[in-house]
Design a protein around this ligand. Sequence first.
Ligand code: SAH
Length: 430
Amino acid sequence: MNNQVLEIRLSPKGIKPVRNGHPWVFRNALGGRPRPAALPPDVLRTVTGNGLCWDHTRPAIVSDPTGTPIGWGIYNEASRLALRMINRNPSSAIHRGTFEELIRAACRRRDSLFLQGDTDAFRLLFGEGDGFPGLVADRFGTDLVLEFSGAFAWDNRRWIAEEFRRTCSAERIRLLPDREMLGREGVSPTDDREGDRDHDDAREQDAGDASSSVVIHENGLPWRVRPGSGQKTGHYSDQRENRRRAGELARGCAVLDAFCYHGGFGLTALRCGADRVVCVDSSGAALEMLEENRSLQEAPRERIEVMRGDVFEMLRADAVVPEGVASFDLVILDPPKLAPARRHRDAGLRAYKDLNMAALRLMKPGARLITFSCSGVVTREEFRTALAWAAVDARRVVRIEEVYSQGADHPVPLHFPEAEYLKGYLLALD
Ligand code: SAH
């Protein structure tokens, strides 16, 4: 029976972070093999008899090392991340309503965040940040993209999409598997892709086919986005507040937007009164979208220069513009994850240091640098230390003026600091 409820005991060491509210349990923190749970029949029926799909995962009642139940979780035999806690209440058996309520609560929180009405693109649900592991939901105006990185979320994608449709009246919902993450969960979405298509209704589309675009508004500025295609879910909504702030700081400035993607920072800066903006990215497709957005926003062509290239190389050779990086008042560095996984952490930290050193070395006195790391495995302290070394090696005196993070639609549970993946600083050069 594949929906059998399991009982999982945690090891004495494994229980500690869970007691402190952490939702993840790795396999080496389990105190032995999961066993079928001895629970009253009505509890078993609640968990297994309500339309949840348990293809790749199992519901589990989780106990401390002495066998006292402490809450409910989802177990995955195939994953190193073996167990994800869902609640801390053994008498509240998980069922479909548990997860529907997580979706509704996440949407309600966004309702009270975006009251101003000048933004209609944001993250509606942020995985563990909203208590729903392996699922991300991004709203793009009337469209929704659901991205699945967890086996449980993927197996239950049909009713999850339905619940979102009911809760926030989306016109179109796209389902996007994160194949790499799902692979680690023992799921290979390509295998059942054909089957998927058969079941798709007209409003639910495979994101791979998403050629249509929508116009969204962020901080009052229009953007053309192709939901579910390009990078991430199509648009980096996590930088929304930081773009707004960068825009304020950019007034009258010459701005370098390095790793610009669709020009999120650069075009916002232009709209806010930057003198001149240079945008650099290595992706031709991203730069085409940037041009589309420049035209949509009616930004003057003569004040923006768009360049395709490798930022690392261009900084090393001071080859971004003929006048040199010293001609910019404000430089923005928003690279992709330079430490995509734990094993890349040290190399990633070196890359952050080198990148920022290269920029600081060339920048003029009095200029400002807005610099980010979006690597989840790099902590804020580590990033800050890398920046400090960059300043030392660039022989610059640098002050932190502001500290940045992801927007409020990417909430960070206090007991799950890993959710805070985006770290940024505004640095001022003496
Ligand atoms: N600042 C953007 C998001 C940047 S995402 C925004 O506000 O939306 C990171 C970008 O870096 C991607 O667009 C990717 O194409 C680009 N990129 C990755 N490696 C690069 C490199 N070595 N040089 C230039 N661009 C790079």
